[in-house]
Design a protein around this ligand. Structure first.
Ligand SMILES: NC(=O)c1ccc[n+]([C@@H]2O[C@H](COP(=O)([O-])OP(=O)(O)OC[C@H]3O[C@@H](n4cnc5c(N)ncnc54)[C@H](OP(=O)(O)O)[C@@H]3O)[C@@H](O)[C@H]2O)c1
Length: 256
């Protein structure tokens, strides 16, 4: 287990670190003295985020422009880290896509790419990095799930299913590693004001609030944390509602 306070001069790998929640977590970790490796597709946006963090905190920020959903991408990332001699003390598995629309009106290939990123790349990277940490006997892994994974969600069908997978996988990994010296935890944000959720408006949480929850989660010992009390209640209620009710509610919210 490595807490945020112990990250000074150690390296955190943040996927999707150029924007939204990933950028806010990266910023908070750098403020705590961590060096960063940030991964996302758009190299220019990544470098812009990295430069802001470097100038604010004076830490080392390495950027790797990579489409994690591409075949072999996780292997190339791991090779690059090994080649650079980077030991990842904290992994924040955050990069995800959330294409909206009815399944029958969308492009099946887009859903496939989303699963490749949200499920495939996340699983491969988390498994590889956690294995190294367990061998060394220290480190922490935060996986960003979603309260959207609490129930089947029309219009975000594959995304919600991917987040149900992410939560289940991470909680099981927590159980497998809890006595290994490595901290594994899932953090589930609810609606948050980022480019992914541009329509959420003022009632959404701010990415900085989610980042604070991520850092606090590192100090804890449980398998998962929901960001925000209201979101925790909403996620619990969603789990209890019958499928007919919860899916009708989602359809009404997302298609009005
Ligand atoms: N916003 C919400 O309401 C909300 C709610 C619950 C959970 N979450 C979760 O929070 C996490 C962050 O979401 P966000 O809202 O901060 O979204 P965001 O602002 O859209 O950021 C997504 C990040 O992932 C990167 N990314 C996307 N596709 C990628 C790929 N194929 N390979 C590598 N990087 C990729 C993006 O950069 P590029 O586009 O340059 O690749 C960006 O840095 C996600 O796991 C999301 O599911 C968000």
């Amino acid at each position: 287990m490595t807490t945020a306070a112990q990250m000074r001069d150690r390296t955190a790998l943040v996927t999707g670190g150029s924007s939204g929640i990933g950028a806010a977590v990266a910023d908070a970790l750098a403020r705590a003295g961590a060096h960063l490796v940030l991964v996302a597709r758009n190299g220019a946006r990544l470098e812009q985020t990295a430069e802001g963090i470097r100038s604010r905190y004076g830490v080392t920020v390495t950027t790797i422009a990579l489409d994690l959903a591409a075949q072999g991408a996780v292997g190339r990332l791991l090779e690059r880290l090994e080649g650079d001699g980077v030991e990842v003390e904290l992994l924040v598995g955050n990069a995800a896509l959330a294409p909206r629309g009815l399944v029958v009106e969308g492009d099946p290939a887009v859903l496939r790419r989303m699963v490749d990123l949200n499920v495939g790349a996340l699983t491969e990277l988390t498994a590889a990095v956690t294995t190294g940490m367990v061998e060394r006997g220290h480190g922490s892994v935060v996986v960003i799930a979603s309260t959207g994974g609490s129930a089947p969600t029309p219009v975000l069908a594959a995304y919600a299913a991917s987040k149900a997978y992410v939560l289940s996988f991470t909680q099981a990994l927590w159980a497998e590693t809890r006595h290994s010296g490595v901290r594994v935890v899932a953090v589930s944000p609810g609606p948050t004001r980022t480019p992914m959720n541009a329509t959420v408006g003022r009632w959404g949480r701010r990415p900085e609030q989610v980042a604070a929850t991520v850092l606090t989660a590192l100090d804890g010992s449980g398998p998962s944390v929901v960001d925000g009390r209201g979101n925790a209640v909403a996620a619990a209620v969603l789990r209890l509602l019958p499928t007919r009710v919860v899916t009708a509610l989602a359809l009404r919210v997302f298609t009005r």
